[in-house]
Design a protein around this ligand. Structure first.
Ligand code: KG4
Ligand code: ZN
Length: 354
């Protein structure tokens, strides 16, 4: 079914709650009017001190932020909580404690309001997030999902119809960005900082491998790339010279962008589809976007990205995914009992296709 016709059926107001990692996101999505308001609190500054996410601190902070963010979203949207038809929240995958906070918050709220809930798969949220934009893709499309925890190529035929085409056998793309950034002395989470540094780096100073680019399948492997950065770093004397850091960042980014773009093109060719959707935090990467835009122009396909603010974790994509699930005929759940699913393959929620 076309997205536009799905959204024309019964109007619904969905509250979205995201708390799978280090961002608390709340949003209100109206199936007729679109996204009404969303609010986000990022814990990055809190975790930076420790060089990575501290799960217990993340859970405690989600507890502190959820209610004030909800009040902010309601005030900005001008809607009343009583008008909400269902509450969608991230059930997994993610950090168990962090997921429990968002799930408990959403289920308790739904119980108090006597409304149903929609437990959502976090990656489905990312996958569908480009549908929040003014010019959304139509089904079917190929999705390149590149986040801190996942790197996957999927064929998306409709809501809930996801076929895994390939995935990373080890580190995720975002993880490779973050680990390489750390090796170059950048603070956590280094992905975006490495990308910025790469802009001042010189091309061709270092040549890094393009792992599995010609493997003949659609899988990825990034741990060797990170090791290659480590080898470059070890050949330097501390403190690392600024020009070295920038040139190494450039070499790393060029290698990873080559692989991500190369495999995406192969996935389009293998499926015969003409639309590519890029979702997840690494989808914010400027060089990846420039490269894919260029390939799209030359090879005649279209490429779609979520708005920059919806590339990383947020409540809007969870509200949207929940709404689309209901519109597609999935039953909402009675509020109350719940369980989270910290490990949860996306293909588990696919209707019949694997
Ligand atoms: O999707 P996301 O917010 O969280 C997960 O579900 O994992 O993705 C976060 C990841 C981090 O690894 C972060 O370093 C990376 O996305 N990231 C970037 C950029 N912005 C965020 N990586 C490369 N370039 C960027 N501009
Ligand atoms: Zn995410």
């Amino acid at each position: 079914m076309r997205l536009t016709s799905m959204l024309e059926s019964t109007p619904m107001l969905i509250l979205g709650v995201e708390s799978s990692c280090d961002e608390t996101g709340i949003a209100l999505y109206d199936s007729r009017d679109g996204l009404l308001a969303h609010a986000l609190h990022s814990q990055v500054a809190m975790h930076a001190e420790y060089g990575g996410v501290v799960p217990e601190l993340a859970s405690r902070d989600h507890i502190r932020r959820a209610a004030p963010l909800l009040r902010e979203v309601l005030a900005r949207s001008g809607r009343d909580l009583a008008a909400v038809d269902a509450i969608a929240y991230t059930r997994g995958p993610g950090l168990a404690g962090a997921l429990l906070v968002g799930s408990a918050f959403a289920e308790a709220l739904a119980l108090a309001l006597d409304k149903p809930t929609v437990p959502v798969h976090h990656l489905e949220g990312h996958l569908l997030s480009p549908l929040l934009s003014a010019t959304p893709p139509e089904f079917p499309f190929v999705a390149l999902l590149v986040s801190g925890g996942h790197t996957q190529l999927m064929r998306v035929t409709g809501v809930g119809e996801y076929e895994l085409l390939g995935e990373s056998l080890d580190d995720a793309a975002g993880e490779a960005f973050d680990k390489s950034a750390k090796l170059l002395g950048l603070p956590y989470p280094g992905g975006a900082l490495l990308s910025k540094l790469a802009e001042s780096g010189k091309a061709g100073v270092y040549e890094l491998p393009r792992p599995m680019l010609h493997s003949g399948d659609l899988d990825f492997s990034f741990s060797g790339l990170k090791t290659a950065v480590l080898t470059l770093v070890r050949a330097q004397t501390e403190p690392l010279p600024e020009t070295f850091k920038a040139d190494a960042a450039r070499a790393f980014q060029e290698a990873i962008v080559d692989v991500l773009a190369g495999k995406s093109l192969k996935a389009l060719k293998a499926t015969g589809l003409k639309q590519l959707v890029v979702a997840g935090g690494v989808g914010a990467n400027r060089q990846l976007r420039a490269r894919l835009n260029d390939e799209a122009r030359r090879k005649g396909f279209r490429v779609f990205y979520p708005e920059l603010e919806f590339c990383t974790d947020n409540g809007a994509m969870i509200a949207l995914a929940g709404c689309l699930r209901l519109q597609a005929g999935d039953a909402a759940k009675t509020a109350g009992a719940f369980s989270v699913q910290p490990r949860w393959p996306l293909t588990d929620i696919s209707r019949g296709v694997t």
